[in-house]
Write a protein that binds this ligand. Structure first.
Ligand code: TTP
Ligand code: CA
Length: 436
């Protein structure tokens, strides 16, 4: 399939170009690659200045099955079945018959009676995924797995190490995944995770697509809001009910109004709609927790005073987790008593959160159970079991109480962004919170 070039022609921009045959950098005006003679040339004005990528394997389970049984190469292959009786994935040939993931198997076979159906072999897929991950990590330490067969890579700063622009290293990675693991992958290259993820899907399979900074807004304008990663059907419906259907409508909507109506996610949607996404590629996403703690000058035994000290810590955790675009499903409270004995209490939330208020309420409940009146020298609180907030989908929006909390925190976050983190307290951080 021919590579897609989304760049608006810009006479001033110095275009980079890449041979899709051998992955080498070529002169932007070359009709064919001087090394391999290939004519599939990808040109883009920002090609050699972008370094955030999303790499996603094509029809992953089915590709592994085809690799292991070459007789299947030209056959429609469906992987799935088993207890749930649904399609896990279909190869691209089977997709031409309308077969897709999560489709009931009987329907899939009605659409494509000749399909070869294979039961999933997770051990095999996990092994291929590990090898692909290792190839990615040989390029950059900044690899953030998203699922078994996809990951974000940040190649900023490793160009000198590889003596090649990120685009060239990624083309080589794509070739190595194919030759060494035996499956194909698609690459999306851009300036941030949001755009890279969209790009990787534009030209599947074996795609290599670029969305540059300059074209991002225009490219997004006529796309449906559902294209935004993490905007599920429920949120799409809610936005549509308010007349918001295209990303372009979000671009022109007042960010303050979006924040007021939808809380934190409104602000985020406004930024994403403009192609702005400052979430870093975070390789430790799965293992990490985000926490904050404080040691008192004098030991504290009074519950209310402990709660007072908890609130600024919740704000700190919330700020850091929002900065990283994460949300945590498990809240952990830590107390160190005056005799240095430590106790931790944890609870799993109904849904992942980024909110200081939710963390505080949870922490306060944990404290009520854990604190026996003994004097304490330290208190800490954190969130773990982290996931990408966009993937977590901000279901708080649909819990009325949390939605109010989210809107309030979003408004405060917007003020902090404008005037600095230290300027805005909520009052709770300064005085004892109301009981209840
Ligand atoms: P995806 O990356 O969503 O899909 P894919 O790799 O099969 O195809 P594409 O080229 O569109 O990326 O999922 C990766 C694997 O996860 C997929 O091969 C099978 C499994 N999977 C399921 O088991 N059930 C599902 O509903 C989906 C979407 C995926
Ligand atoms: Ca995939």
């Amino acid at each position: 399939m021919a590579p897609r070039n989304l760049a608006a022609a810009s006479p001033k921009a110095k275009a980079g170009a890449l041979c899709r045959g051998c992955g080498g950098a070529v002169d932007a005006h070359a009709g064919a690659c001087p090394s391999c003679g290939g004519r599939r040339i990808l040109r883009h004005p920002e090609l050699f200045s972008l370094s955030v990528a999303h790499v996603d394997c094509d029809a992953f389970y089915a590709s592994v099955e085809k690799r292991d049984n070459p007789a299947l190469a030209d056959r429609p292959v469906i992987v799935g079945g088993g207890r749930r009786g649904v399609v896990a994935t279909a190869c691209y040939i089977a997709r031409t018959y309308g077969v897709h993931s999560a489709m009931p198997m009987f329907k899939a076979l009605k659409a494509c009676p000749d399909a070869v159906v294979i039961r999933p072999d997770m051990a095999k897929y996990a092994e291929a995924a590990r090898r692909i991950r290792a190839l990615m990590e040989s390029l950059t330490p900044l690899v953030q797995p998203v699922s078994i067969d996809e990951a974000f890579l940040d190649l900023t700063g490793v160009e000198r190490l590889h003596k090649a622009p990120a685009a060239v290293s990624l083309a080589r990675l794509q070739a190595r995944i194919s030759s060494e693991v035996g499956v194909t992958a698609s690459v999306g290259l851009s300036c941030n995770k949001f755009l890279a993820k969209i790009a990787s899907d534009l030209d599947k399979p074996r795609g290599f697509s670029v969305i540059g900074r300059a074209e991002a807004q225009t490219f997004l304008a006529d796309k449906p809001i559902g294209l935004i990663w993490g905007v599920g059907a429920a949120l799409s419906r809610k936005l549509a009910a308010d007349g918001l259907r295209t990303i372009g409508q979000l671009q022109t909507a007042d960010p303050g109004e979006l924040a007021r109506r939808y809380g934190e996610i409104g602000l985020r949607l406004s930024r994403l709609a403009r192609g702005e996404d400052d979430r870093p590629v975070n390789p430790e996403r799965d293992a990490k927790s985000i926490s904050a703690e404080t040691t008192f000058e004098t030991d504290i035994s009074e519950r209310g005073a402990l709660e007072d000290s908890l609130w600024p810590l919740c704000e700190k955790v919330s700020r850091r987790i929002k900065e990283q675009g994460l949300a945590g499903r498990v809240a952990v409270l830590k107390l160190k008593r005056a005799d240095f004995s430590t106790l931790t209490r944890r609870t799993t939330l109904d849904h992942p959160t980024q909110l200081a208020g939710t963390l505080f309420d949870t922490g306060r409940a944990l404290l009520a159970k854990a604190h026996d009146g003994a004097p304490c020298r330290l208190i800490g609180i954190g969130l773990c079991d982290l996931e990408d907030a966009a993937v977590a989908g901000q279901p708080e929006l649909f819990a009325p109480d949390d939605a109010r909390l989210a809107a309030r925190e979003a408004a405060l976050d917007a003020l902090r962004a404008k005037f600095g983190a230290r300027v805005i307290g909520t009052g709770r951080g300064l005085k004892k919170p109301e009981q209840g």
